[in-house]
Structures are given as C-alpha cells and as structure tokens.
Design a protein around this ligand. Sequence first.
Ligand SMILES: *Cc1c(COP(=O)(O)O)cnc(C)c1O
Length: 351
Amino acid sequence: MRTWEKNIRKVVPYVPGEQPKKAKMIKLNTNENPYPPTPNAKKVLEEFHTEHLKLYPDPKIEDLTRCISKTYGVKENQVFTGIGSDDVLALAFLTFFNSDDPILFPDITYSFYDVWAELYKIKYKTVALTENFTIDPLDYRQKNGGIIFPNPNAPTGVYESLDTIEEILKENPDSVVIVDEAYIDFAGPSALSLVDRYDHLLVVQTFSKSRSMAGVRIGFAIGNEILISYLNDVKYSFNSYTLNELTIRLGIAALEDKNYFEKRVKQLIHTREWTKSRLKELSFSFPDSQGNFIFASHPSKHAKEIVQELKERNIYVRYFDKPRINNYLRITVGTEEEMEEFIDHLKDILK
Ligand SMILES: *Cc1c(COP(=O)(O)O)cnc(C)c1O
C-alpha cells in the first residue's frame, strides 16, 4: 500500500445487476419495465433543440417539480427531484441521518442502504424481518437515528399496509422515516396520504420502474416542506445542476400521459399474476409479491443452479448470495411473451 492510500475513503461499492450486451436475451434481472415509455417521449426527442445543450439547466427543476406536485396533489415546495431515486436517497441519507444512534432498516432489503451508511459513516443496525419476510412494527420500537425501508420491499416484493407504516411513524416521532416506494405503482396505496399528518415522513419514488424510464434517471421525494428545504440545502451544497433539460422534458411527457401509464401498469400486474400461477404449478414458493418482480424458491433445485442454467439459455434473473435469501431467484416480470418463454425454459430445467 502506498502511504497516501491510508487517507483515502475506502468503500465496498454497491454492485448493480448485470447489463449484458446481447442481441437475443430475456433480461429479467434488474426490474426494468419491459415496455417502452410513453410514445410522447419520441416527440420530445424530435423537438429537442441543441440550443438547450449550451446552457445550464434550471437548477430548481421547476417545470418537472410543478408537474409532480400536480400529479400527486401536493404543494411544489413539498417535492424534491433528483437523478433517479438513488440520487434522492443518497442525499436523504446525507441530510437526515446524522445521529449518534444507529439508523434502522430490514436485514433483507435494498442492498444500497448499507453502502450509503458505510460511505457516510452513519451507524446502522439491521432489523430482522419475520419468517414470512414481513415487518413487525414492534421491532422498530428502539432508540434510533432514523428509519428506512422500501414498500413494497425489495427483493421480497412484500407490501406493508399503511397501518404498519403509521404505527412506525407514531412510535418514532423524533426520527425521520423514509419509505422507498420504487414499486408502489404495482402495489397498494402509497404512504403519500400520510405526508400531511407526519412531518417526519419522506416518501421516495422513481420513474425507473412503472414509467419505463430507468435510462432517463428521474426520482423524487415528497414530504413536509421543512424536510424538503433541508434536502435542497444539501443538494445545493453538492451539485446545483442535476437533471438536464432533456430529462426534464421526458419526465413531464411521462407524467402527462396518464392513460398509457395506467394501461401498462395494469398489463404488467396481469402478467405478474399469470407468472405466479405458473411458478406455483412448478412447486416454487414465494411471498405474495406486489412489485414488478417475484422472489421465488424451489424445494428441490437450488437457486444458484437454476440461475446458471437459465444464463446458459440467455435468460438473466437476479441472485443474491446472502444469508436467508441465498436459495431465491428474483425474477423481473417481462412481457407476456418473455414470461411464457421463461416458464417453458424453467419447466425444461426442472425436468
Ligand atoms: C430500483 C430501486 C431504486 C432506484 O431506482 P432509480 O433507478 O435510481 O430511481 C431505489 N430503491 C429501490 C428499492 C429500488 O428497487
């Protein structure tokens, strides 16, 4: 080791799912939406002028923020917009988690949380999910410097009711509670309805999954205006220009095409339920996923082997070699045709 290396901030980075460059594959490993975004996105691209490229974009992201606030029925100063929800969450960790007490999150959850905690040197403690991968709000009755969990949870897909979330909020009035709703559009009601009653609640959502814009990078947070103003202070202390002009316009196009959004979400939920039935027939067990993915385990063939054999057939699913979940596959719901093909291959592999 060189002597200067001792002063370097060393981190173990988050490992995103593989993005293989293959012409013919079935990609069910990173929870992207299999459908294209709103057709209006094409118009945005066609009408976009290179003049916009020479100027800095709007640091306040006002047009998109206004559109988000209208869509979700909140005030503009209750909305924070960032480069995907990963950016929003990373800034939220930096802004809200500054206590000497540990922050809390589930033992099985989005694997970026412990990475951000380590990066910022935030103390953290994981809270074990129940045997059925659900959250017991009583487990969050302990001293903490903040709480974060996804709803539905990733990679389990389990959706927690608003009663559970409200119980956690009531028990923890002195902590900021972040609910990461990356998959909420495929699930039940959003915690957004609680934002006006709990000023310590921050709800984070993304355009990456339900709006088919993982490549565009738009995420947002909604909360009490005081929370949002603290988040903005940190953003302006870090990078004022986050979303570029093209991204902003694409985001607005996605929000404005409500019909397309609703149609695609409905279609995806239908395919998810179809896939669940087929997986059940093949003896897989899984929590009742409410996301755009299914977290499944087979009684006789190990997940690691299934993943490998699928890969040989150019089908990609996600596997986590971690305690409690190392015999599960996380299968993103693709198009109807992709899922039919996937199930056929799975049948063949399990034969
Ligand atoms: C996908 C995902 C995100 C990040 O999404 P972005 O593409 O950065 O908006 C955040 N949290 C969870 C739980 C996710 O699954």
